[in-house]
Design a protein around this ligand. Sequence first.
Ligand SMILES: [Zn+2]
Length: 90
Amino acid sequence: MGAMLRLRMISCGDTVAMLSGYVDEDLDPKVYDVIKKHLEGCDNCRAVFDSFTKTITIYRQLPEGEVLEEVHIRLTEYLKKEITSEEGNP
Ligand SMILES: [Zn+2]
C-alpha cells in the first residue's frame, strides 16, 4: 500500500526522467502504468512527452550519419546566434 501510494504520487521530475524508458517500454509495468496515468493528468509532462516522442521518431527515421549532421548543423546555428546576439548588444 505504501509503495503504491508513493508510485501514484510520482513527481513531474521523476516522470520526465523516466520518459526514455517509458517510450522504449523498458520499465516495470507498474511504473509504466503510473507514468501513463501521470501523463494523462498532467499537461506539463504531456507536452514534454509529445516533443520527446517527436524528436525520437525523427531521429530513428534518419540514418546515423544524417542525425550527426543534423546535430552539427543545429549546434553551428545555435553558436552563430549566440555570437551574433552578443555582438548585437551595446
Ligand atoms: Zn507532471
